[in-house]
Write a protein of this length. Sequence first.
Length: 400
Amino acid sequence: RCSRDWSSDVCSSDLTEISTLRERNALAVKEAKDNGLRVVGTYCLYSPVELVVAAGAIPVMLCGTSQNPVPAAEKVLPRNLCPLIKSSFGFAVTDTCPYFHFADLLIAETTCDGKKKMYELMGEMKPLHLMQLPQVQDEAALSYWTGEMTRLKTRLEKEFSVEITDEKLLDAIRLANDERRSLKEFQDVCKNKPAPISGMDMLTVLHNRGFSIDKREAIELVDRLTSELREMAANGLSPFPPSTPRILLSGVPVGIGSDKVVRLIEECGGSVVCFESCGAYKKVDPVEENDDPLTALADRYLRIPCSCMSPNEGRFPLVERLVREFQVDGVIDLTWQGCHTYNIESYSLKRHIRETSNVPFLQIETDYSESDTEQLKVRIEAFLEMINRSKRAGSGEDTA
């Protein structure tokens, strides 16, 4: 069954353009640097790009979704560490990520133990600003996190000899909110049944647009694609039959190069209609536009329901809502090997889904390599078959 030949299911010049954004913008970053612009690299959703934009610099997402640089990282880092950390560090030590190469400053954050210790090593390669992220979401944490936003603002002003005014920050917030609106509307096209775009194509858009150095251009590009997909859905066009099991992929961030599980789900007969991860639906909530932009910024970023938070009260209702709104038939929770917070939290998420949504749940723990591909195929096939049997039984079909 796992034999689907994966090529793009959406014949769109916009999708083609988005799929080459990473490569094309590597050259654009170099040109921007040659013209005197500053570049700030980020790894995590907790890094407030609005402050970077308000400082007149270019925020870029850094590389960390490929297995290729992992062996180089393992010369320094433990082999049993999270592959996302090893890949990020490997790109840095091999100087094979152009965005890292051209970055004037890195913004880092204390989300997990592995990342914050990696940042200590990475700070020897590039100027790095480490934000001390609270790991509880209450008023005291908000006050502290607002102070961290202020500290980053001061660092950017000093580093780039600029003044970040409230007006500039509000303009940056409006731009980032428009980007969030665009990403939400794009992902929401998969609420249609069947979805007009595959999970692999959706992931290509979500991943590659992060490498665009012109946010307005990327917003317009995604909006055009969304409009096309809405028209496809209205005409009943989809790469999947209507009966295809609809899967919500929750858990750790995925990207092009770390897309093994997404690819296998769809090769084996499923349709990934939603990504709960921080590069997808966790990203879409807007910042409140008010007279205190720095506090509003801190409030929005602190509310991100990452598993590094304890307790992480926002994630379970988010997944529950996505199950309902995207009419999913099953949840697959992805955990990278060595990611203890997501791994432990998967138990509680499974219990919550069983109590509230009553859809099948499967946890997968893996890394970026292809070594366990055949084992994963067997597990995913069995999971999808269980869903199909349940659907046939529910429709009164003979399941003998």
